[in-house]
Design a protein around this ligand. Structure first.
Ligand code: BEZ
Length: 214
């Protein structure tokens, strides 16, 4: 049996590998997006029902991502011309224009570099990954869904907003948080600080109001 190279797996905290590729918005490089948040996501195939529903939902929510200073970028193994034909059909069927770039990755070079699929995969049918990159191009969160289950745009926006809240390290995001809900204070880390707290548990569990993006 031939041995395959170990799968590359992008980990949280890694700088995302740069690439240049053809897209529905012309040639683009990941490095063009430095200074902005970016949601880079892959889909299994053009002209498939779940992917179509995701693209319609994301195109409709594009303004909400832009309001968070976040760009969207999609990727699949399909050719640029397939992407363009699909986007035209989405436009005609659903009345929405997908104007974020969709990259072609026919050789799976990008998908493999990001660990979106195994190194020995012969097709990309299982790919539905999402990478949340910060303005320095560092991976802050990722999700991986099976081909049969579409992503939640609300959850993508929630993850992005939560990442932005914690980005400067001044707060934490509790379970089931949505924007506007209380956040958590970073725990105190010295005896001198914890003995000053009024209640015994305050040093590790204190809620703080969400002041928004500020
Ligand atoms: C879909 O997007 O509907 C889909 C894509 C690949 C396999 C199964 C479903």
């Amino acid at each position: 049996m031939e041995s395959t190279p170990p799968a590359t797996m992008l980990r949280l905290g890694d700088e995302a590998p740069n690439f240049t590729a053809r897209s529905t918005q012309g040639p683009i490089s990941l490095s063009d997006y430095r200074g902005r948040w970016l949601v880079l996501f892959s889909h299994p195939a053009d002209f498939t029902p779940v992917c179509t529903s995701e693209f319609v939902a994301l195109a409709k929510a594009a303004g909400e991502f832009a309001a968070l200073d976040c760009a969207l970028m999609a990727l699949s193994v399909d050719s640029l011309y397939s992407h363009l034909a699909w986007i035209r059909l989405i436009h005609d069927m659903f009345g929405v224009t997908v104007d974020f770039p969709i990259i072609e990755d026919p050789t799976l070079e990008i998908a493999r570099a990001y660990g979106m699929i195994g190194c020995d995969a012969v097709d990309a049918a299982a790919v539905r990954t999402t990478y949340f990159l910060d303005p320095d191009g560092v991976l802050r969160a990722s999700t991986c869904y099976p081909a049969e289950v579409g992503r939640s745009v609300d959850e993508m926006l929630r993850i992005l907003t939560a990442l932005q809240r914690v980005h400067r390290g001044s707060c934490l995001v509790p379970a089931n948080w949505t924007p506007g809900d209380d956040l958590l204070r970073v725990p105190r880390a010295s005896v001198a600080e914890i003995v000053k707290e009024k209640n015994a548990g305050d040093w590790f569990y204190t809620t703080i109001p969400d002041k928004g993006a500020a």
